[in-house]
Write a protein that binds this ligand. Structure first.
Ligand SMILES: *Cc1c(COP(=O)(O)O)cnc(C)c1O
Length: 358
C-alpha cells in the first residue's frame, strides 16, 4: 500500500505530474529543449519575484548549495545556522577548502538579525548563507529583517536556502536582495527529487568571475554562460523528464491555482497543525518564527513516535520522527506542496484515533 507522505521531502506528487516524467525524450540540443527551458526559467522568475537569471541543476538542492559557496566566496563565508541544514552549509565550505565561520543559534530558535549585523560589520566576510526554513526544527528565519541588514553590506553575496519553503511561502528575491536563492524539486514544488533550482544575480556573476577554482559540474558561472550563449541549453545533459514535469507543474501553480492561493493554503495548513499541537502536545520552535511548511511537535506525552508511525503506516500515512538528536523528543509533520487542508485534517484524525486523543 502506498503511504501518503507527510515528511519534509520528498512529498506526494500528483498523478498528472508524475505522468509528465514519462514523456518521450527530446534532444537536449534541440530547439524544443531551448523553448522548454526558457519557459521554465520565465515561470520560475515569477515564482521567485525576480528579474535575475535562473539556473537549473540535475542534482538535489545540496548541489547548488555547494556551487554557491564555492563560486561566491573570495574572502570568507559567514554561515548562520539554526539546525542541521545550516550546519550543512558549513561542512560544504570546509570540504571545499572555502574559509568560513559558523554562527549558531540554539535548536528551535531563529537567526538574530542583530548578530548578522555584528558579524558583517567586522568586514571579514564577503558571502553569507541563511537557511530560510530550517527543516530539522521547524523554524522559519526572519528573512526580511535579515535582508535589511545584508543590504548595508554591498560586497556581501547573500545566499539563501529556500529548499523547504519556495513555492509554499512567498520569497521576493529582488526585494530582499538575495543573490543566490536555492530550492529543490521534491519539497513545495511537489515534483520527484533530482532537480534543483537557483536564482543568480548580476552581483553573484561578477563575484564568480573573480573566483578561480569553481569546480566543473557545479560551476554556476559556467551554467550561466552556457544558457546565455546557447539559448537556455545546459553544458551537460539535464534531466529532461524533470523539466517536462516542472514545466507542467509551474503552469498549474501559476495559472490554475495561483501563487497567492498556494501561499495562503500553506498558512492554513500550518495553523491547523499548530492548533492541534497546542491542544495535545506543544509546538517545538520559537512561537514567533514558526514554519508554514512543516511543524515540529514536542513529544510532551512521551509517546513512541516510531510506533505511531508504524500504526499510521497501516492506515496509509507517514510522518517524520525528530531530526538527529531530536528523534523521539519531537516529531515532524510536513504540510507542503500539493498537500491540502483536507489531507492534513485526515492525517490528524488518524493520529487522534491511534493515540486515543479527545
Ligand atoms: C531538504 C533540504 C535540503 C537538502 O536538499 P536536497 O535536495 O536533499 O539536497 C537543504 N535544506 C533544507 C532546508 C532542506 O529542507
Amino acid at each position: 500500500m502506498h503511504k501518503k507522505l507527510f515528511i519534509p521531502g520528498p512529498v506526494e506528487v500528483s498523478q498528472d505530474v508524475l505522468e509528465k516524467m514519462a514523456m518521450p525524450m527530446i534532444g537536449h540540443r534541440s530547439k524544443e529543449a531551448s523553448e522548454l527551458q526558457r519557459r521554465i526559467s520565465d515561470n520560475l522568475r515569477k515564482l521567485f519575484y525576480t528579474k535575475n537569471e535562473i539556473l537549473l541543476s540535475t542534482s538535489s538542492g545540496t548541489g547548488l548549495m555547494e556551487g554557491a559557496v564555492r563560486c561566491g566566496t573570495l574572502k570568507r563565508a559567514a554561515i548562520f545556522s539554526v539546525g542541521a541544514f545550516g550546519d550543512r552549509w558549513y561542512s560544504i565550505a570546509e570540504s571545499n577548502n572555502v574559509p568560513a565561520d559558523k554562527f549558531e543559534f540554539p535548536m528551535g530558535e531563529a537567526v538574530d538579525p542583530k548578530v548578522v549585523d555584528d558579524v558583517l560589520k567586522t568586514g571579514k566576510y564577503d558571502l553569507i548563507t541563511v537557511t530560510h526554513n530550517e527543516t530539522s526544527t521547524g523554524v522559519m528565519n526572519p528573512i526580511e529583517e535579515i535582508a535589511q541588514v545584508v543590504k548595508k553590506y554591498p560586497d556581501v553575496i547573500f545566499c539563501v536556502d529556500t529548499v523547504s519553503s519556495a513555492a509554499g511561502v512567498k520569497i521576493e528575491v529582488d526585494k530582499l536582495g538575495i543573490d543566490i536563492c536555492i530550492t529543490s524539486s521534491q519539497k513545495c514544488l511537489a515534483l520527484p527529487p533530482g532537480l534543483s533550482i537557483c536564482t543568480f544575480s548580476e552581483k553573484a556573476r561578477e563575484r564568480a568571475e573573480k573566483v578561480k577554482f569553481r569546480g566543473t559540474y557545479l560551476d554556476l558561472l559556467a551554467l550561466y554562460k552556457y544558457i546565455k550563449k546557447k539559448d537556455y541549453q545546459y553544458p551537460t545533459t539535464p534531466s529532461l523528464s524533470h523539466m517536462f514535469a516542472l514545466d507542467y507543474q509551474l503552469d498549474k501553480i501559476l495559472n490554475q491555482e495561483g501563487l497567492e492561493n498556494r501561499f495562503k493554503k500553506h498558512i492554513e495548513m500550518a495553523e491547523i497543525v499548530r492548533n492541534w499541537a497546542d491542544k495535545y502536545f506543544e509546538v517545538f520552535a520559537d512561537r514567533n518564527h514558526l514554519s508554514n511548511t512543516l511543524t515540529t511537535v514536542k513529544n510532551t506525552r512521551g509517546i513512541s513516535v516510531a510506533d505511531l508511525n508504524k500504526e499510521l503506516g497501516k492506515r496509509g500515512f507517514t510522518i517524520s520522527n525528530g531530526y538527529g538528536s531530536l528523534k523521539e523528543k519531537t516529531f515532524r509533520i510536513a504540510h507542503m506542496g500539493d498537500c491540502t487542508v483536507n489531507d492534513v485534517k485526515e492525517l490528524l484524525q488518524n493520529i487522534n484515533e491511534i493515540l486515543n486523543l479527545k
